[in-house]
Design a protein around this ligand. Sequence first.
Ligand code: SAM
Length: 647
Amino acid sequence: MAEMFILPKPTVRLLDAGAGVGSLTAAAVAQLAARPDAEQPSSIEASAYELDETIVPDLSRTLSDCAAVCAAAGIEFSADLQVGDFVKLAAEQLEGGLFARPARHFNAAILNPPYRKINSASDHRLALRAVGVETSNLYAAFLALVVKLLDDGGELVAITPRSFCNGPYFRPFRELFLDAMALRRIHVFDSRSDAFGDDDVLQENVIIHAVKGAAPGPVVVTSNCAPGDEWTLRREVPFEEVVQPGDAERFIHIVPDVVGAQVAACLSACRLSLPEIDVEVSTGRVVDFRAKEHLRAEPDPQSVPLIYPAHFAGGRVAWPNARTRKPNAIVRCEATESLLVPRADYVLVKRFSSKEERRRIVAAVYGKAEHAAPVVGFENHLNVFHRKGAGLPLDFARGLAAFLNSTLVDLFFRQFNGHTQVNATDLRTMRYPSAAKLAALGRKIGEAPLDQEAVDALVEQELIEMSRKAGPDPVGAKRKIEQALEILKALGLPKGQLNERSALTLLASLNVAPRGSWMKCDAPLLGITPMMDFMAKHYGKTYAPNTRETVRRQTVHQFVQAGLLVENPDDPSRPINNPKWCYQVAPAALDLLRTFGTTAWEHQLAGYLASVQTLKDKYARARAMTRIPVTLPDGGEIKLSAGGQNP
Ligand SMILES: C[S@@+](CC[C@H](N)C(=O)[O-])C[C@H]1O[C@@H](n2cnc3c(N)ncnc32)[C@H](O)[C@@H]1O
């Protein structure tokens, strides 16, 4: 994180809010002290705020260590340790009350703020409101206060949940932040990290680097799987791609690869807002715990359908559902009348999807032809698309549901939404095809349930600009990566190889492009660099050059051990470090993988798995035969690979 700072300042006034034991301050100080003399500051003034008194002795020791590091580097150092509540202390300073310390201004801040909801009536909320900060989460409050405490030109580096990038609750914060700060770098951890997840809600984390008062400019977007993982995607994007001009919500889109950019290009024909297609979206009116006495497990003559996400079945609503523990019905009476809507065709979208769900947006049509009740209740865990409270034309509803269920829309949605919640605001911010196009799509979709591939094919056929820019096919790329992961799992590769890097390595080794077929895959002889070139060309994934060794050590090596790849089949005696060192998919694996997706796959897989140990032994013997036995002075023997020149 600390290396994101530019900080060409002679005096660095560094703020660490929620400092814990002071690891971030220490990292920043170490980074500044390690710079060449000409780029070092002459002094560092560190301010650390920490609420938890039990950590303070450790924090104090860290600050003393920082002083020692600075002394050794010839940098003046002073520390100001504030034990107390940063929100209150900072708000008091900013407000400049009678007894407040004068506001200290900083030109650098590094933080990993606490993450917690702030109640609307809490002291924190009032203190924040007094200095013009409106937010319901503590981490955004910390960021907002830090923004206010920074001087113009001051730099912020922070690791936080990604949730501030979208959603209605963070809008005032986004406004405050984006008006004051120019984003320079965003790093996203691609893994479905649960670092912030004590519940089952997916929460991605980001590191941001931003400069106060600077003009918006290109943003470097990077991503990797987890802290410490060297496999990094990197892309520089114009600011207008990160925060789209004219977006009143100011969502922050994070697109670290070219395929992601291609998603937006594919959807460029879909430009209309919901009002422009005469549609509204609202959350379901029935909040079940408030209507407890009116809920019924089973329908009866006094009740009408109550629809939950549990009723979704392949793009439709299957009601009643005998297997759900949720009520199936709600009594129709005076108390519930305002919660019910007339029988009609609606599109419903789950507000919360589970981490395991393949898509974030899961839509279904509630069709009046299938449900005879005169009114229906939609539970609050649903978003409901309607037309001024009434239903939608059926073809249009089917087309809209298919559009929302498409892989392309899912890919687009993930660019601005880093969690599993789908808010009505998210759906309002998206852009849609024309009503006529959606209806045409709906007519093609018809009644029969369709699998994902069929939905994607129809969406592409009906809605995607034929003139879309040439480049990798995002939907095909996503599907191929998922399939490659399925294969690696089926082959029993360990968790460390069940990731995008390994999936792409397999695809490159088999020469399978996003629109390619497994049946026609082949087994070229490839070195690591050509594999990475393939990933960039066909899958739009450009990795930082230093990730080459990660591919070799953390994927290819394991593929060789698993018998999936063989080393130098053209010249098994090739010395290590020879620039022609290469890999090829083993013949038995190639035969197997050509059956993926066919009816022969399961059977062939069983046969392959039964024989793979024998194959691995065979390949290991072949490798061993090319090694040179060396007898050690103690009589022991080791085998060395043939030496070669370092290229
Ligand atoms: C996520 S931890 C980060 C610690 C440290 N910055 C790091 O990265 O290791 C957040 C820290 O903020 C502290 N904290 C929580 N609420 C605070 C508040 N209102 N004022 C100051 N510190 C607070 C916690 O005690 C905790 O040490």
